[in-house]
Unconditional design. Structure first.
Lengths: 216, 504
């Protein structure tokens, strides 16, 4: 068993995307936004509110989840009944909405705090992990499981997938040996439901497009 | 906020439509890759000196007409396929994936030709200016290496030249070209010369060389379709921008070349040989004074650097997209997480640039003619070949999927364009000796076609290997990273799903 509590998928991704020492984001804001957007959609799939079919989101249950961040996304989905393409939703939520929702959820949990930096051109507000230990949790957990040859749960498998999709693996999985990698990849292939494989693949494609369009 | 009422305007549509591009923006993007001063003051005078041919203006117009006809089908097809920015996407879907990969590799080589050519051009042009301005005697390759280092560092850190800076430079370049051209017309030496617009030269000996020089000036126009998905009106914005860009380039370059040759006092070729890239500035100097010439030179160098940096980014992104599709090794599909820079594509381009500069410096080859001009026009020939094959691909694509386009867009223009492009390609390939100013059959004349042939063949073979070894990757060729069916979505996760051992 891991020694640390597991947070919602998007929160875990946010923490993983931040440097444990300085609290700085390891990703560009655009890439972080795309990863978090996919993670929030993934959470709604876990809540059994959404399915992903042929690149489109299908609403299967419109009851609030009880969690403000995912409920906000669900509300938006209900309001925008015409739009169902997953790529549109990832792009839309990545415009700052997803990052904002996740930052607020983590702040409420006391895991982030606001940091104001006075610069040459005014004050820059950012959210940094309150505790450097906390930021390292999710990645450590995944590495520990893989190191012991244990199976990851579905949420952590999606997290690991998004780590690859956003390029965070160059920080997080750098210490994994070839056997560990193959073990993780094998779990992607065999234990991740097709719907979630597609979700991560779409997130990855969105990250690539952002690089091509110089938005990343 | 109620969740049952539909608001009059969708927040999602509004947010995603926020930065849609108009015609002017697309024309700007396209023309900034075309680098007007580099062509008018760099390529054209060097071309005069090397080939001794003066009918360059008519060549610009002829190429513009052929490209406009090609663009009819090209833009029409861009409306139907994903990943419309790259020739190989057209070739893959119009003729077949193996040829598509061959085209992708050929394009990479052609674009690299331009990039390394610009290092040579900068060194050769800046070296005498440094002596003139600062009294410093600096070797061309020192200056080329400084530029190379700047490009390499900015490339891997993904610092782009700001769009506004590029736009300002472009406008300044166009204004400068126009001012100098009109000054030429008013110069006392000016005798309206008919040589630059002599149509008969387009069928005579050397026609291929003229066409190769002209097509080099248009490179970049093909990028217009990249913006299809970001444009305000996908059906109109891109096609209008493409025709406008082609027309603007033809008129600007054609007029500038004609005025320069006319003002050179009947011995344009001799003067071009002696004065090189200074010719464009010198012929107008008696009208405008030396300050204008200095300003022109300074702008020439700045815009060359800006072009270098943007072109480097285009190449590394191109390698990135190929890496994600599996058309190049996967490691090219990696970026620096903190900046989004396509790291390996950038590093590979820089390595190649360094090798070429060092080889030219050690061998003592001429940076202006043998690197800038040969490299630039070789890249132009590569792009011409790609355009020709893409034109065939347009016919092939619409033959199978005729829906949604009329006869002219599907068959009329593409067939006419293909015939004209095949003739141009033939003339160009058989005129390389004239173009390079070397003896027929000597080394440089066959190096270029052989290099393009070998690289294209390598791509075709690679595709055939993929077809048996990695059918999932093969199936996604030419569809872009956008095609997020599992296994062809592009990066590390897709590779992991597909069981790709090479993903690191």
């Amino acid at each position: 068993m891991a020694s640390s509590p597991q947070l919602p998928l998007a929160d875990d991704l946010f923490l993983t995307a931040h440097d444990t020492v300085k609290g700085k984001s390891l990703l560009t804001p655009a890439t972080l936004g795309l990863g978090l957007a996919a993670a929030l959609i993934g959470e709604l799939v876990f809540w059994r509110r959404l399915d992903l079919v042929d690149g489109k989101l299908a609403l299967i249950d419109d009851r609030p989840t009880g969690d403000p961040a995912t409920t906000a996304v669900l509300d938006q989905l209900l309001r925008e009944g015409h739009h169902r393409a997953i790529r549109d939703w990832i792009s839309f939520l990545a415009t700052g909405i997803a990052t904002d929702l996740v930052e607020r959820r983590l702040s409420r949990a006391g895991l982030l705090h606001r940091q104001e930096k006075r610069g040459l051109l005014g004050t820059k507000v950012s959210f940094v992990p309150a505790d450097s230990m906390v930021a390292g949790w999710p990645a450590t957990r995944i590495r520990t499981y893989i190191g012991r040859g244990e199976l990851l749960d579905v949420s952590d498998l999606v997290l690991a997938g998004l780590i690859l999709a956003t390029g965070l693996d160059q920080h997080v999985f750098i210490t994994l040996d070839a056997r560990g990698r193959e073990q993780l990849f094998d779990q992607f292939r065999r234990r991740l439901p097709a719907m979630l494989q597609d979700l991560v693949a779409h997130a990855e494609a969105a990250v690539g497009d952002a690089v091509m369009a110089r938005r990343a | 906020m109620s969740s049952t009422t539909t608001p009059p305007q969708s927040q999602l549509s509004t947010a995603l439509a926020k930065d849609r591009l108009g015609v002017a923006a697309v024309v700007f993007f396209v023309m900034s890759a075309a680098a007007p001063l580099t062509v008018v003051a760099g390529v054209v005078p060097t071309g005069l000196a090397v080939t001794g041919l003066t009918s360059i203006s008519i060549a610009f117009f002829a190429v513009a007409i052929v490209l406009a006809i090609f663009a009819v089908g090209y833009v029409a097809m861009s409306r139907h396929i994903a990943n419309a920015g790259a020739f190989y996407a057209y070739i893959s879907q119009g003729i077949g994936r193996p040829f598509g990969v061959g085209g992708a590799w050929l394009a990479l080589l052609a674009y690299n030709c331009f990039q390394v050519a610009s290092y040579g051009g900068f060194g050769a042009i800046a070296s005498p200016l440094f002596k003139d301005w600062f009294g410093l005697d600096v070797k061309w390759w020192v200056l080329a290496l400084i530029c190379w280092a700047l490009t390499a560092i900015l490339g891997v850190r993904d610092v782009a030249v700001n769009g506004r800076v590029l736009a300002t430079l472009l406008v300044a370049e166009i204004v400068l070209v126009l001012v100098f051209s009109f000054a030429n017309v008013l110069s006392p030496n000016f005798h309206a010369s008919s040589a630059p617009v002599d149509v008969s030269k387009l069928v005579g000996t050397g026609a291929g060389a003229l066409l190769a020089i002209a097509i080099t000036g248009f490179v970049g126009f093909e990028q217009s379709v990249v913006f299809a998905e970001e444009s305000r009106d996908p059906r109109r914005t891109v096609s209008r921008a493409t025709y406008i860009a082609i027309a603007l380039i033809a008129v600007l370059y054609g007029f500038a070349s004609w005025s320069m040759i006319s003002a050179a006092g009947g011995n344009a070729v001799d003067r071009a040989t002696k004065e090189g890239p200074d010719l464009f500035f010198n012929v107008a100097s008696d009208q405008l004074g030396s300050a204008a010439v200095h300003l022109g030179h300074a702008l020439f160098l700045t815009s060359l650097i800006a072009a270098m940096i943007s072109f480097h980014n285009i190449i590394s992104r191109y390698a990135f997209s190929l890496g994600r599709e599996g058309v190049l090794p996967r490691l090219f599909g990696r970026t620096v997480p903190g900046t989004g820079a396509p790291k390996n594509g950038s590093l590979a381009q820089s390595t190649l640039g360094l090798i070429v500069i060092v080889i030219y410096a050690v061998a003592g080859w001429d940076p202006l003619v043998q690197l800038f001009f040969w490299g630039g026009t070789a890249g132009g020939i590569g792009v011409l070949l790609l355009i020709t094959v893409s034109s065939v691909a347009v016919i092939g694509y619409f033959a199978r999927r005729p829906e949604g386009e009329d006869f002219w867009h599907r068959i009329g223009a593409p067939v006419l364009g293909t015939i004209l492009l095949l003739v141009m390609s033939y003339l160009t390939l058989t005129n390389i000796a004239t173009l390079f100013g070397v003896a027929p059959g000597s080394g440089p004349t066959w190096v270029v076609p052989v290099a393009f042939g070998v690289v294209a063949l390598g791509g075709i073979l690679w595709a055939l290997v993929l077809r048996t070894a990695r059918p999932d990757v093969y199936a996604g060729i030419g569809l872009g990273a956008r095609s997020a069916t599992s296994g062809s979505g592009g990066g590390g996760f897709a590779a992991a799903l597909a069981g790709d051992q090479g993903a690191k």
